[in-house]
Design a protein around this ligand. Structure first.
Ligand code: SER
Length: 324
């Protein structure tokens, strides 16, 4: 259950997930109780104007400690990371940010007696030898991107901090996340967000993945619900302490284009696979999330066509408002 007087820190609050999650948390805990922190300043007016913002580099332990003694956080959501495609351009930096960032947060949580920590993992923890259909919770994991390796290692460390120090850290293996409010940065699943922007602007879309590349995906409202449901479940029902498999839908570029065409018949897609194809080919096509269903009642609401309808309506509205 949510203790609505908790103070909450969101690190990576300006990102695709962070910007929406911060707003949801502010609704639940009160605007002043949810501190948005990021290395860049918020562009979104609602995020910027609704509550406290702190400029933070998660690699700077002094700043983190100052922040923690100022606000006395009860919960931390640590979302800052370098994603899969960007990580391949500078693997050592991706490793440093993703791993040291996590250690800094886990250690801060222990030192400051933070009650609960959230840290996202990803389908990128799986690799070419993992079963690709209905990928089980526990299976072969041989990630071959630095992002995936850092997420797999991070999962082990989360479980370690739970087993060894009793830190209540919780995690989800997100599929590709799709939302209209903020753009993702540097991921392999980003095409499924860009495609809607192009469609609504009346442009055609050149896809960096081939037409039949199936990947697990999720609409943002479902991702927010999963995250908050997990974080508000009683500790004893959280049986998986590395990271939960999480599933909503799977589709290919050809199928998302067909879903858009139902609303915008003139929309066209072409394919020009680049280095991200290899990453996508190493990831699962669909995910078995029965542990999340059983342990804390996970159930998604959106399939591909429901998401397309909602994305197009809201993107159109947003673009009209921006034009005024
Ligand atoms: N969406 C992420 C990426 O593509 C995976 O977690 O990198």
């Amino acid at each position: 259950m949510a203790n609505t007087s908790d103070t909450v820190l969101v690190i990576g609050a300006c990102g695709q997930l962070g910007s929406e999650l911060t707003m949801e948390l502010r609704k639940m805990y009160g605007d002043a109780n949810v501190v948005a922190a990021d290395i860049s300043t918020p562009k979104q007016a609602d995020l910027r104007d609704s509550g406290p913002f702190e400029k933070v580099d998660v690699l700077d332990t002094n700043v983190l400690a100052e922040l923690a003694s100022k606000y006395k956080f009860k919960q931390i959501y640590h979302l800052a990371a370098v994603l899969s495609a960007t990580g391949e351009k500078n693997p050592k930096f991706a490793w440093k940010l993703n791993m040291d960032g996590l250690f800094n947060v886990l250690d801060l949580a222990l030192e400051q007696k933070v009650e609960r920590v959230y840290w996202p993992s990803s389908i990128a923890v799986f690799g070419p030898s993992t079963p690709r259909q209905n990928t089980p919770q526990q299976t072969v994991m041989d990630p071959n991107t630095v992002y995936g390796i850092s997420k797999q290692a991070g999962e082990r460390w989360c479980e370690y901090y739970f087993q060894k120090y009793g830190l209540d850290v919780r995690s989800l293996r997100y599929p590709g996340l799709i939302g209209y409010k903020a753009l993702p940065g540097g991921g392999t699943t980003d095409y499924a967000v860009d495609i809607y922007h192009k469609a609504i602007e009346g442009e055609n879309f050149e896809c960096f993945l081939s037409e039949n590349t199936y990947l697990p995906m999720m609409y943002m409202p479902d991702a927010l619900k999963a995250t908050l449901d997990l974080m508000h479940a009683p500790a004893e029902s959280i049986k998986v302490r590395d990271s939960y498999n999480l599933s909503a839908m799977s589709f290919s570029p050809k199928e998302i284009a067909a879903s858009i065409k139902k609303h915008i018949p003139e929309f066209e897609i072409t394919y020009k696979p680049d280095s991200r194809q290899k990453i996508a080919d190493s990831w699962p096509q669909s995910i078995d999330d029965s542990a999340a269903q059983q342990d804390w009642g996970w159930k998604p609401a959106f399939d591909l066509d429901a998401m397309t309808e909602d994305m197009l309506v809201n993107l159109k509205k947003m673009k009209q408002e921006q034009a005024v």
